[in-house]
Write a protein that binds this ligand. Structure first.
Ligand SMILES: [Zn+2]
Length: 193
């Protein structure tokens, strides 16, 4: 074990010495341009999330980094990083321009449809309540199948005594006892039994 440790220390000591020796006339060690790293990081982020918000800064950082590296006269490196950042940034912008409208084109009609379905269901629920109240009115007042109550007469049998309102602005027709109440919007109707 002792021997192994000795063997290990030798090369590191040598390396340190060698590195030290190469630094004796301090050659301007090129540093990676920070903006180039930023550019690549933002560019990769824009690719993974199709996010134009990171793609544009990636492209800007990439351009600024490249001009700084060029002007630094060898003090700064990372040109490759900056180019990679630019490429990923531009691809990110292209993807956002192509993919976002497609996503919106899919999402908006679905959203509208879901909203309409929700309003239709709420309206059908209202019609069910109106019908229930109407049947109760007919039972308690011994009405015929052809009799039609007024909204005020039905209201008494409804929750909170409030006549429901169609969420999409349709108007309700109570209809005779034997018929279902209806909404003026065609899709809003009680399912036929
Ligand atoms: Zn309705």
């Amino acid at each position: 074990m002792v021997a192994a440790a000795r063997v290990q220390t030798k090369p590191t000591a040598f390396n340190r010495h060698e590195r030290h020796a190469s630094c004796v006339p301090p050659p301007a060690q090129p540093k990676n341009c920070g903006l180039a790293i930023w550019s690549l990081a933002l560019g990769i982020l824009s690719l993974t999330c199709f996010y134009i918000l990171t793609a544009i800064p990636a492209v800007l950082c990439g351009h600024v980094a490249m001009s700084r590296i060029k002007r630094s006269g060898g003090a700064l490196c990372g040109n490759g990083l900056a180019i990679a950042g630019l490429v990923t940034g531009y691809i990110g912008i292209a993807l956002s321009l192509v993919v976002l409208p497609i996503l919106l084109a899919i999402a908006i009609p679905n959203f509208v449809k879901a909203r309409n379905t929700a309003m239709m269901n709420a309206c059908i629920n209202n019609l069910r309540q109106i019908d229930g109240a109407k049947q109760q009115w007919a039972l308690e007042n011994k009405k015929e199948a052809t009799d039609t109550p007024t909204a005020n007469e039905v209201r008494v049998y409804l929750r909170n005594e409030q006549f429901p309102i169609c969420p999409q602005g349709g108007t309700y027709q109570i209809n005779p006892v034997s018929k279902d109440p209806t909404c003026s919007i065609p899709d809003h109707r009680l399912p036929t039994p």
